[in-house]
Each structure stands twice: as C-alpha cells, then as structure tokens.
Design a protein around this ligand. Structure first.
Ligand SMILES: Cc1cc2nc3c(=O)[nH]c(=O)nc-3n(C[C@H](O)[C@H](O)[C@H](O)COP(=O)(O)O)c2cc1C
Length: 373
C-alpha cells in the first residue's frame, strides 16, 4: 500500500469521477512521465492520485530525436515550459498488454489508459486494454479530429468509462457538448502548436522532427488551458479534468475553481521529477486548510459564476504598508508612473490622478500588499 496522500491537513482531497475513487485529484498525464509501468509506479510513489498512461496505438511511434527542448529565450530556460515532438508510445501495444498495464495496476491506484487515433485503431486495441483490468480509457484526438466518430467507436468497443482529450485548437465547448452523451468526462488540453525554436548558435531547429516543429506545454500553456476548462465546464455537466501547465498546488486550485474535478501533470513532472505530484497535493491541502475549506470538492466551479460578468474593480489599489517591503517591483511595471516609492525614506504612495486602474501592480506584488476593491 502506497502512502495515503488524501489527508495532508484537515481538508479531504479525495475525489470521485465516473465511479472511480481517487485518493487525491493530481494525476499523471500521457507523456514520457507515464511511458511504462515502472514509470507509473514511481509516479504513484511520488504522490499521484491517479495514473494516466502514455498514448498507445496499433503501431509504435517512430519518435524523432531530439524531441524535447526548453521553451525560454535563454538557451536553457525551461520555467516557461517546453517544446516536444514525442508523438505516442514507442512501445508496441503487445508490450503494454503483456506487462505495462499490470505493473501500473500494482500501485492500487485507478489506471486510465490512453489510446489513439482513428475509429478503426481505437476499436481494435481498446477491448484488449480493457481486458487487462484498466479502470478507464482516455482517447487522444490530437492528430486526427473526427471526435464523434472516434468516441462512438470507443464507446461501442468497451464498457469502462471513456474520456476524450481535447486539443486547444478546436472549439472545445462545442465539441464537449457534442460528445457529452457519449463520453464519461472531458480532458483538456493537449499541447499547443505547431511551434518552433531555433538554436541561434547553430541556426538549426532545437527539435529533430520534420520542419523542426513541435508542441508547447508547461507554464505558458496554462492560461490557454484555463480558458478551455472554463469553456468546457460551462458547456457540459460531465466531469472535466484539466491539464496544461499545472506546476503548483495554486495552479491546481485555480483549475478546480474553473470547473475541473482533477488535474493531470506532465511538464512539471518532466522538469521536477516524480515527487512533484505529492508536492502539488501538499500545497493544495495547505491552501484549502488556510482558506477554511474542508474538502477539495467545495471549490469546484466556484469561479464560473464570475466569468460572465467579469470583474469590476475600483482604482487606485489599496496598499497594506505592513505587508509592503518597498521592494520596488511594482513601480517598474507601472506604465503610468503612478507609484511613488522612496526606498531611502521608506515611503510608498499611489497617485490616484495618474493611476489608470490597469491592475498590473496588484498582480506583480509578491507580498500581496496591493489589492483592488
Ligand atoms: C513530451 C510530451 C509527450 C506527450 N505525449 C502525449 C501523448 O502521448 N498523448 C497525449 O494525449 N498527450 C501527450 N502529451 C501532452 C500532455 O499529456 C499534456 O496534455 C500537455 O503536455 C499539457 O500538460 P503539461 O503542461 O502539464 O505538460 C505529451 C506532452 C509532452 C510534453
């Protein structure tokens, strides 16, 4: 039995989706960090609450090398995210059926297989995967589209819950609505692209794919994913699972407020290793405790009611001079030059005549010293 991460503090982090019970809402995502049974077991030991496996298809992928690179403008800057050209599993489906799913199931956590891509391909492999005892199947529409046909083919070939994983490049709200009668839940989003980076020292693309193109994931993808999740959650009542840039517990909380029941994590696990799942879970528990919630389910969708109206806030921002450290970050980002800071004297004020109420200073303050009412 793996360590129980359902109760970090007071808040209950257990969730249920399509009849499956998860000890916490932080899952692996299809990618190199779910590439085989052992990798999935390591993710479980690192604190994941559910295991989504790498996408498999009828044939193993012929993956270009190199296939992952940092996204940042500096040569090796990866905080903003990464690019990849990894395609689907390089392992043959037979290998997954022989042992990889079984190894992952040994964790005791729910295992969600991922399949692709055409209706014929998914109906060929899905029943064999179901026979191995996996708890659900996610299907990727990344390279193909044709969502309804694939969903129907998969629905007709297995009895376990099925989830569609959507690309950010489609009308996610409409497709989610079209698929709602067929699937048990919606997963969003896959990587965004195609995208390109060139190494300026060599003039060559950083990825080894045709045209050097790849797909973007990680922190930079998060606002796109957030909008997609809110759109999907407002359009359907089936469970929604968010994926795209989750790196911290706060990211996961934000997605859940936008309507997600759980999150999947890929890039953060690539960059930080298996313990990132437990770290995110711990941060979620701490946030919930500090904000007086007794269950993670209590925050699901709480932001949706504000989205149609938007926020109407009154400038200028209020300053909490106890919290303000006079660090000087906010005046730098005030394009209206409305902030007067004298570090020597320790004085700080906002000129209400000049302040346009753009909100940037509130957003950049690391000490939460500024707020708009
Ligand atoms: C190297 C890499 C390989 C991936 N492989 C798959 C895959 O096989 N199937 C799939 O549906 N998504 C795949 N993805 C997409 C991720 O599951 C996820 O949707 C996306 O990266 C956004 O989440 P993140 O920002 O946490 O990485 C891959 C992502 C990366 C970075």
């Amino acid at each position: 039995m793996l360590g129980d991460s359902s109760q970090i503090g007071m808040a209950d982090l257990r969730i249920e989706i399509a009849g499956m019970r998860f000890r916490n809402p932080v899952f692996t995502a299809a990618g190199p960090t779910s590439r085989d049974g052992m990798t999935l077991l390591n993710a479980a030991a690192g604190g994941a609450g559910g295991l989504v496996a790498k996408t498999v298809s009828v044939k193993p992928a012929d993956v270009p090398k190199p296939n992952m690179a940092a996204l940042g403008s500096g040569r090796r800057e990866s905080r903003r995210g990464i690019l990849n050209a990894e395609l689907w599993s390089e392992l043959p489906i037979e290998r997954w059926l022989e042992k990889e799913y079984e190894i992952a199931l040994g964790s005791g956590l729910p295992v969600i297989a991922s399949v692709g891509y055409t209706p014929e391909e998914v109906s060929e492999i899905a029943p064999k995967i179901q026979a191995k005892g996996v708890n659900a199947i996610e299907f990727s529409t990344h390279y193909v589209g044709g969502h309804v046909e694939i969903a129907k083919a998969l629905r007709d070939s297995v009895d376990i819950p099925i989830f569609v994983k959507l690309s950010p490049k489609v009308d996610v709200a409409k497709i989610a609505k079209d698929l709602e009668p067929i699937v048990d839940g919606i997963v969003g989003i896959n990587t965004y692209g195609p995208v390109l980076r060139i190494d300026i020292e060599t003039g060559k693309p950083v990825l080894g794919s045709d045209l050097g193109e790849g797909w973007m994931s990680g922190a930079s993808l998060k606002p796109i994913a957030m909008r997609c999740i809110a759109d999907i959650a407002r359009s359907v009542s089936k469970p929604v699972i968010a994926v795209g840039g989750v790196t911290t517990g706060e990211d996961a909380i934000e997605f859940m407020m936008a309507g997600a029941s759980a999150v999947e994590v890929c890039t953060a696990a690539i960059l930080q290793g298996d313990t990132v799942y437990g770290q995110i879970v711990g941060e979620m528990g701490k946030w919930l405790d500090e904000h007086g919630y007794d269950s993670v389910n209590a925050i699901r969708g709480t932001a949706l009611k504000h989205l149609d109206k938007g926020v109407k806030l009154k400038p200028p921002p209020k300053v909490d001079l106890e919290k303000c450290t006079r660090c000087g970050l906010c005046p730098k980002s005030c394009v209206y030059h409305a902030i007067n800071l004298d570090k020597g004297k320790g004085t700080f004020s906002i000129d209400s005549e000049k302040c346009e109420g753009c909100g940037m200073c509130v957003s950049v303050c690391p000490y939460f010293a500024l707020s708009l009412e």
